[in-house]
Design a protein around this ligand. Sequence first.
Ligand SMILES: Cc1ncc(COP(=O)(O)O)c(C=O)c1O
Length: 394
Amino acid sequence: MNYKFADRMMTIKASAIREILKATADPQMISFAGGNPAVDAFPVEEIKRISAELFETDPVSILQYGITEGDKDCLEEALKFFNRHECVVREFDKAIMTSGSQQIMEFAAKCLCNEGDVILCENPSFLGALNAFKSEGAILQGIDYKQGEINVVDVENKIKELDPKFIYVIPNYQNPTGMTMSRKSRQALLELAVKYDLLILEDNPYGDLRFEGDAIPSIKSMDETGHVIYAASLSKILAPGMRLACCIAPSEVIEKFVVCKQASDVHSNLWSQKVMAKYLKECDIEKHIERIQKIYKQKCDLMYSEMKREFHKDVEFEKPTGGMFIWVTLPKHINMNEFVKAALEKKVAVVPGNAFLDDDTKECHSFRMNFSTPTDEKIKQGVKILGELSHKMN
Ligand SMILES: Cc1ncc(COP(=O)(O)O)c(C=O)c1O
């Protein structure tokens, strides 16, 4: 059979991470390639108890179809939760529960972009979002962003030149760089969005995984004119397997998302929404978040100090203040892809940095390391192997 796929599928490849994760099925492999929560970060006992209670008291309510916008209790509790430290829900907003925030990326591109429209994004940025945008026919254009500061002139020039549909950013503990955007840059982006009547898609799955420093207000909380779509995921705080996120945005945008969702999966899993609603209502989520922040801080400290000791002095990396990732840049004379390949042969997996670029054929000397998933022992062993390679290949 000659399978004739749509043109738009030609621009997206199987995710480099998925391919590497396949290699990590080998039990000998030390994987710094994933982005999963730590195995001891799940509130298993509470989720078990709540699930049992729901099945005991009202099984039909969790097995039946639900409404597209989301289960009323779940939506209410999620909004209360995401609004607890700052105001991210305005009078002009509506909200929808989605199947992870990945679905918000897809809906944003589907609802806002025609074939060939441009989306501005950090460069590098989250691969899953970039693939979702590309699969809807959008074209990605990276913006100049270093050490938490957006180059405002560059962004403004690109807005004027390319007339993008929206700007996609992950201001807190970004995937893949671990970088956090300054308050000044957040404000500047919002000012540009207002000036050019442009939307910002603010993706904040890691905001609560802060283990150092003070929180910086979200762009959504600064927005008084309806220029921000806010993607608030529950995956990294509670459990990605529940596939739940909440999108908060001006009502006109959410109304389009509702139509999209009806055509996509009708509604998010009602079972996990009911469990989530009860969890948020009855359990001490702040205590849970404090616990996981401690786990990630300890793992990040360990990985960073091992890297400091083991890596060649010319290898560059910075310690993030939250999230799950450390971004590593090799000296220019080391070929990053050869380094990643050699690491894989020695049974250590990291993700090549070009996978996260607006154009993955661009030259790249960086790779991403994840500290949330591996055990302490694996962190020590894997960093030692990468360190030896960094000296050998230098
Ligand atoms: C920046 C970013 N956004 C969105 C997602 C998608 O998360 P989910 O669909 O589980 O909410 C991820 C997952 O790794 C991510 O890193």
